[in-house]
Design a protein around this ligand. Structure first.
Ligand SMILES: Nc1nc2c(ncn2[C@@H]2O[C@H](COP(=O)(O)OP(=O)(O)OP(=O)(O)O)[C@@H](O)[C@H]2O)c(=O)[nH]1
Length: 303
């Protein structure tokens, strides 16, 4: 009877951890969002917006994929923050069942090699996802790229995709599935991220700041949630945007406070959607000189 139970339980159901790696801006966050179908990680045109390990969970009929998003691997250790990011990439690779390395269809870049160097030479189950295929005209143009990549590393599989146009994502999922161990779900179906609403709210605010400030502001912006009061139908959130310099403060606030108001308004809408309730959001701007090198602040931000 126990044999019966066994076959009933999970017919070739697979479940496991998948790390997504790649140089900044190749589309890792977009890919995970497209695969998981929930907003788990912020995207923006600026590199380095994914600074922490964020997990998206996708459960299908025959598999559960636990995605580990990694920060863009940095080639320059310009501050303690970047050094810690590199460390986080390494640690997320040591403990997964499959690795998806993302590159761009437009060509292999020196920074891709830097990412590849993170993998041990005999790493198994490394799948190459060639993203942004919508940006290249001929599919044949990809053949030399595939050949070049295979000469650099023995990838287990190669899948051209477009995260943005959601092309070939089902193929990628099938390929990843092959490398997951057989076993039951590790997470309940309704959980799609291991991050708290507080963390995600901070990410949303940071995303809006990035989007609205465009190239005006370098990467020195971080968000801290100072206070979080939540009832059944409302949340009151008080946050601080930390900038590096006094001059950046003015940029974030904008003329007569217009920029900051817009950042808050857009963030409030998204947080409200995420929580499914009304949100009152207050965002302040504070100058924290060189927060990127300050161990204390890094710690409070969860690094
Ligand atoms: N044309 C095209 N653009 C894409 C595709 N996937 C992602 N992008 C764009 O590429 C840019 C970077 O995407 P992200 O998902 O933020 O990249 P990332 O690798 O997570 O970047 P970091 O967080 O900096 O490591 C964004 O502007 C995306 O819209 C794609 O399939 N086609």
């Amino acid at each position: 009877m126990s044999e019966n139970k066994e076959t009933e339980k999970s017919e070739d159901f697979r479940s496991g951890y998948v790390a997504v790696i790649g140089r900044p801006n190749v589309g890792k966050s977009t890919l995970i969002n497209a695969l998981v179908g929930e907003k788990v990680s912020i995207t923006s045109k600026k590199p380095q917006t994914t600074r922490d390990r964020i997990m998206g969970v996708l459960t299908t009929d025959n598999a559960q994929y636990l995605f580990v998003d990694t920060p863009g691997f940095q080639t320059k250790h310009s501050s303690e923050l970047l050094a810690r990011m590199n460390q986080s990439v390494r640690s997320s690779l040591s403990d997964v069942d499959a690795v998806v390395m993302v590159i761009e269809a437009t060509g292999w870049r020196p920074e891709d090699q830097v990412v590849l160097n993170l993998l041990s030479k005999d790493a198994k189950n490394v799948i190459l996802a060639i993203n942004k295929t919508d940006e290249v005209k001929e599919s044949e143009a990809m053949l030399p790229l595939i050949k070049e990549a295979m000469e650099k590393f023995p990838f287990a599989d190669v899948v051209p995709v477009s995260a943005e146009k959601t092309r070939q994502l089902d193929v990628l999922l099938d390929v990843i599935r092959k490398y997951l161990p057989e076993g039951d779900k590790l997470y309940e179906d309704d959980i799609y991220t291991d991050k708290s609403p507080r963390f995600l709210a901070a990410e949303i605010i940071r995303e809006k700041a990035f989007r609205l400030l465009g190239d005006e502001l370098p990467y020195g912006v971080a968000v801290m949630i100072d206070k979080w009061e939540e009832t059944d139908d409302q949340a009151r959130i008080f946050a601080t945007l930390l900038v590096n310099r006094e001059s950046h403060k003015g940029i974030v606030i904008g003329e007569k406070g217009a920029k900051l108001r817009e950042i808050s308004r857009l963030a409030r809408e998204d947080i409200s959607k995420m929580l499914g309730k009304n949100v009152y959001l207050e965002v302040w701007v504070r100058v924290r000189k060189g927060w990127g090198d300050d161990a204390q602040v890094l710690k409070s931000l969860g690094y």
